[in-house]
Design a protein around this ligand. Sequence first.
Ligand SMILES: Nc1ncnc2c1ncn2[C@@H]1O[C@H](COP(=O)(O)OP(=O)(O)OP(=O)(O)O)[C@@H](O)[C@H]1O
Ligand SMILES: [Mg+2]
Length: 251
Amino acid sequence: MLLEVDHISKTFDNGTRALREVSFSVAEGEFVSVIGPSGAGKTTLFRILNGSAPSDSGAIRVGGVALETASARARRAVQKTIGTIYQDFALVENSSCRQNVLNACLPEMGLLASLFGLFGKERQKEAERLLGEVGLAEKAEEPVKNLSGGQKQRVAIARALMRRPALLLADEPVASLDPVTGRQILELLREIRRETGLTILMNSHNLSLSRAFSTRLIGLRRGEVVFDGRADTPEEEVLAAVYGEGEEGKA
Ligand SMILES: Nc1ncnc2c1ncn2[C@@H]1O[C@H](COP(=O)(O)OP(=O)(O)OP(=O)(O)O)[C@@H](O)[C@H]1O
Ligand SMILES: [Mg+2]
């Protein structure tokens, strides 16, 4: 298994229990959608997975390495294999597309090299190649602020791929985009997965897109896993488990 999430719990200081004993595994090459109502704990889960926030208890193993007990160095090495893209892209708007993609390398560079932006020929070439891969070869020099939303998400995908991740976390990657552009982004992710074997874990509010593009669905509700099954499970079955009756689910 590429990713094993084992009884992860998280309660925030204000008493909100965001995750309760969450467990699931993801095999290499899967495209898994985590679905669930607003506040179900999806983003919290992703933040814990990519190391932006700690969990209270439980274990996460990536490629067999247990993050909680690994040395700082081993943990960094594992985190390097996890790329993330976000709903709001999280790019540097005034910098060029190329610069944004290259920025992915800053954490692995020495102080002077990063201060002076000395990325080296190989990284420059790789950034160029990835911008081509996501269909933005012509926009390399363009400041990100001049791009459309769909183009910005493509830059963010190229940036995430720059570190050759084994696992891509996508937190509502198409929630800010119109439906057609959103589908194109998911088609791009699916194609990259097919070509490279990348494993994708995506958060989404959109059940029909998740069903269309992923291989498996994990349903979160009030911090608990309430569904884990194939993406082609009958829709009513998924809806009943994850959103149930009443108001709460319809967000
Ligand atoms: N830093 C924080 N401090 C306190 N509570 C938080 C914090 N971050 C999230 N929460 C709470 O934890 C719960 C889960 O939030 P989370 O952002 O993970 O939900 P989500 O499933 O991503 O929702 P959405 O679909 O709206 O993005 C919510 O009740 C939220 O208010
Ligand atoms: Mg969220």
